[in-house]
Structure formats: structure tokens, C-alpha cells
Ligand binder design. Structure first.
Ligand SMILES: N[C@@H](CCC(=O)N[C@@H](CS)C(=O)NCC(=O)O)C(=O)O
Length: 209
């Protein structure tokens, strides 16, 4: 049985969305970020990224993490790639070339999207947001061009869409950037209209902020 560690209000949303797509049975341990708790070391504190029981799984103390048999993974996108390969059927790669494309999209999400989308969500400094939006525009333009004549990043909905859409979601509130890329915006909407995304989002909204 697969065990997924990490609350919905975290990068665990990525594998949790994917697991909702695949219907894979799993045990969920909703580990919360220690910095969200006033006293993460208190006796009654929920299991968090500083808890000994979680550090035994991921010594770096970050969520998500995943265990399946002897396999332990501690990077959200590696977890997604594994779940898609092992349990994803059409959501995973069907050939070596498709697998390589999924890995390419994972690294694209991690290096060209997330480093710029996250500061757009988190920064209160307009100059920082503008600078990061300028850098993110290259990645979003890449998605926009790729979606010419396509609904999804591969020839069907796959884990690539989940990984890239979840990393881009942080910048979704930046209307000028999103509106300048209508195919990317429509694709994001298609991704987020899926029942599995909606189920993940409902669970996320039910968690305390
Ligand atoms: N590259 C990692 C980043 C994981 C990460 O930063 N997780 C955050 C929550 S979204 C976390 O656990 N933060 C707690 C901390 O760093 O103390 C991944 O994608 O899984």
C-alpha cells in the first residue's frame, strides 16, 4: 500500500490530485508544515515537518513524501512520475519516448515555472512580482506555443498536465500574464475542471488555512 505524507495545502496537492485521477488506494498522513504551527514541538501538536516520526521518513523535513514498500520518495514531481508509471495507466508514459517527455515536462515545471510562479503568489513587493512575471512569461509562452492544435501537453491528459498546471497555479492570480496567453489559460481551466482536481480542491479548502 502506498503512503502519501503531506496535507492538501502544500505541494502534496500534486500527487493527491494524481491519486484522485488514478483511484489508487493509499494511506494519507496529512503532515502539516511546522512553520504553520505556533508550537510544532508541543505535546498535542499535529504530526508536522519537525515531528520525529516524519523526519524518519524525510530527513530534510519537507512535504510531500511517499513510501511504497521499500521505496521512499521525497520530491513531489518524482512522486508524481512514479505514481503515473506504476499506477497511472494512460496518465503515464506508454513508450520510452513518452516517458522522456514526461520527465522533460517535470523538469520544465520545476525549473522554468515554479521558481517564478511561487514568488508571484508570495511576494507583496510589486517590483518583485513584475520581475518574476517577466521571467515566467518565457515558460508560459512555451506552453502557449506547444498547445497550438493540442488540448494537452501530450496527445492526451497525463501527469505532465498535473505537474505543470500545479506549478503554474501559483501565478494564476496574475491576470495580465495569464490573459496574454489564451491557450495556456484555457488549458489551465480544462485541467482544473476535471473531477479529480475538483475533489482535491474541495479537500484542500476543508483544511484550516
Ligand atoms: N522540491 C520539493 C519542495 C518541498 C517543499 O518545499 N515543501 C514545503 C511545503 S509545500 C515544506 O514542506 N515546507 C516546510 C519546510 O520547508 O520547513 C518538492 O517539490 O517536493
Amino acid at each position: 500500500m502506498l503512503t502519501l505524507y503531506g496535507c492538501y495545502r502544500s505541494r502534496a496537492s500534486r500527487p493527491l490530485w494524481l491519486l484522485a485521477e488514478t483511484g489508487t488506494p493509499f494511506t494519507h498522513v496529512p503532515v502539516i508544515q511546522a512553520y504553520r504551527l505556533s508550537d510544532p514541538d508541543a505535546g498535542g501538536a499535529p504530526v508536522n515537518t519537525r515531528s520525529a516520526s516524519f523526519l524518519a521518513v524525510n530527513p530534510i523535513g519537507q512535504i510531500p513524501a511517499m513510501k511504497e514498500g521499500d521505496l521512499v520518495l521525497t520530491e513531489s514531481l518524482a512522486i508524481c512520475l512514479h505514481i503515473a508509471r506504476a499506477h497511472g495507466f494512460a496518465l503515464g508514459g506508454q513508450t520510452a519516448a513518452e516517458q522522456a517527455l514526461l520527465e522533460n515536462w517535470a523538469l520544465f515545471a520545476a525549473t522554468s515555472i515554479e521558481p517564478h510562479s511561487l514568488p508571484i503568489l508570495q511576494s507583496k513587493d510589486a517590483a518583485v512580482v513584475a520581475a518574476e512575471a517577466g521571467k515566467l512569461a518565457r515558460g508560459v509562452a512555451r506552453i502557449e506555443g506547444h498547445l497550438q492544435g493540442r488540448d494537452w501537453l501530450l496527445d492526451r491528459f497525463t501527469v505532465a498536465d498535473i505537474m505543470v498546471a500545479e506549478c503554474l497555479r501559483y501565478a494564476q492570480g496574475h491576470k495580465p500574464l495569464i490573459e496574454a496567453h489564451p491557450r495556456a489559460a484555457a488549458w489551465l481551466h480544462r485541467c482544473q475542471s476535471r473531477p479529480a482536481f475538483r475533489a482535491m480542491w474541495t479537500a484542500r479548502e476543508a483544511e484550516p488555512v
